[in-house]
Design a protein around this ligand. Structure first.
Ligand SMILES: CC(C)(COP(=O)(O)OP(=O)(O)OC[C@H]1O[C@@H](n2cnc3c(N)ncnc32)[C@H](O)[C@@H]1OP(=O)(O)O)[C@@H](O)C(=O)NCCC(=O)NCCS
Length: 168
């Protein structure tokens, strides 16, 4: 478990299904991500179980974000290239909690957690061109824009440019 000033970052557990349903049943939250839009708690439980099965067991790489024991989002920093210590960062926060600094707080904590274990870690992240909130988070935590991938994000019937960021 990781702790920040206001948040706790804990492993995925089906006990957070009701809270995470608020996150994953909201198209405004998931529209710029690859998370499926969910309409039932069962879908949510399945997705949590999927996250548990994909969690790296030696070095936890994805967390549920808790605020006063309520799950308000998730954050992950997944190893994409073991030889070069390259990690991919992502995060989601329930809409009612947007704008309170929680994404930056959780993202900073997970970057520090990875750096403590891998001091030479290279972080990568992407933000869809229309996702100014995510771009602001990445800037705030110190990542820099590298390039824009034309139509790099595709979901359902829309294609958008993808802006790539790194600390390297
Ligand atoms: C992106 C997201 C995680 C931001 O969460 P958040 O907790 O509201 O972000 P923070 O409060 O930490 O904000 C960080 C910075 O972004 C700015 N910001 C927040 N929302 C913004 C918006 N809509 N437009 C522009 N800037 C914005 C904040 O002002 C803050 O900067 P500041 O401290 O200099 O004022 C949230 O909007 C979300 O969950 N979106 C849907 C999921 C998603 O798109 N995830 C990213 C793709 S992996």
């Amino acid at each position: 478990m990781l702790k920040t000033k206001r948040l706790e970052l804990v492993g995925f557990d089906v006990k957070y299904a009701n809270d995470l349903f608020e996150l994953w049943s909201d198209f405004e939250v998931i529209k710029f991500t690859f998370t499926p839009l969910m309409t039932t708690i069962d879908e949510c439980i399945n997705y949590i179980e999927h996250q548990i099965s994909r969690t790296n067991k030696d070095f936890i790489d994805r967390f549920v974000i808790l605020l006063n024991n309520k799950a308000i989002g998730m954050v992950g920093c997944i190893c994409m290239d073991k030889e070069n210590y390259v990690f991919g960062l992502y995060y989601q926060i329930s809409r009612v909690y947007w704008g309170c600094g929680y994404a930056s707080e959780a993202a900073s904590a997970i970057l520090q957690y990875v750096l403590d274990a891998y001091p030479n870690a290279i972080f990568r992240a992407e933000a869809v061109s229309e996702n100014s909130a995510s771009a602001a988070v990445l800037k705030k935590i110190g990542l820099k824009q590298t390039h824009i991938e034309k139509n790099g994000f595709m979901r359902n019937d829309f294609e958008l440019d993808l802006i790539h960021y790194t600390n390297a």
